[in-house]
Design a binder for this molecule. Sequence first.
Ligand SMILES: *Cc1c(COP(=O)(O)O)cnc(C)c1O
Length: 308
Amino acid sequence: MEELLQEINEPVAGAHGVRLLLWRDDLVNPTLPGNKARKLKYNLVAARQQGHHALLTFGGAYSNHIAALAAAGRLFGFKTIGLIRGDAPAKGSGPARLNPTLAQATADGMALHYLDRSSYRRRAAPEFLAEQLARFGPAYVLPEGGTNALAIPGCAELVAEIRQRTAFDALAVAVGTGGTLAGLVTGLAGTEQALGVAALKNGGFLQTEVDGLTQLAAGQAFTNFSLHTDYHFGGYAKYSAELLGFIQQFQARNGVLLDPIYTGKLLFGVLDLIGKGYFPRGSTVVAIHTGGLQAWAGWRERFGGSEA
Ligand SMILES: *Cc1c(COP(=O)(O)O)cnc(C)c1O
């Protein structure tokens, strides 16, 4: 296995006396990489304990969570049902052409069904969930993005794994729903700092979200984390030439491929914060590569070009 903790020698870090390390959660488990697998871990235990044979979840057509759940179903012997936002791919003359994420999910055995936007909006409503279970049969339900109370302890375990290898002053992670950040904050239990870099445009809700999740998981909210909402590059899955250029340069300099939706923004944000003197000299910062590389195939299909 490649080294999980990697030194990142960016000039801006050297100039500001910050030691930047990258935790390669994208390499921890090659068949089920990244934070989506960590969020699933205790949910799968619960599903098994509750006697479920099927997992049902929601997601966009390029979702890392959909990809992870389908793979987990194959690996651990659950039937999986994915309720996908938007229209089914047009059938045309040939077989329906699925995007790379959904093609892989299907290959992993996931049954796909499509929800129009107004149905999709009801995805967390209890009566809507009851309707879906009546339609598809009994299943353990996971929310969009995989964030729920049981997702938190799986992400919290990352903290101890990193501590085994290095002392640090701050952990930094990309944020979608806030579940992974809440897990890190829970694992830190009030000691070192955690930083979240938001991938979505309107990240204002995240503070309350993370507080609510740590409350659920640890019975308290913590103050040793911060949210950074200026690095979304237009929002979730938006094309940005500047961000793609950065990802390319980062790969050329450090030999690590980042993803265009989460970890590219994370590293851009962390390096920008370092340049602005956010971290005291002598700090050790560990950024977390949460995976998401499966998204590149669909990205190229939509936007063309290649990643570095
Ligand atoms: C989903 C995802 C995130 C964000 O995780 P949340 O728990 O939703 O905040 C970060 N990085 C990658 C690669 C992801 O797929």
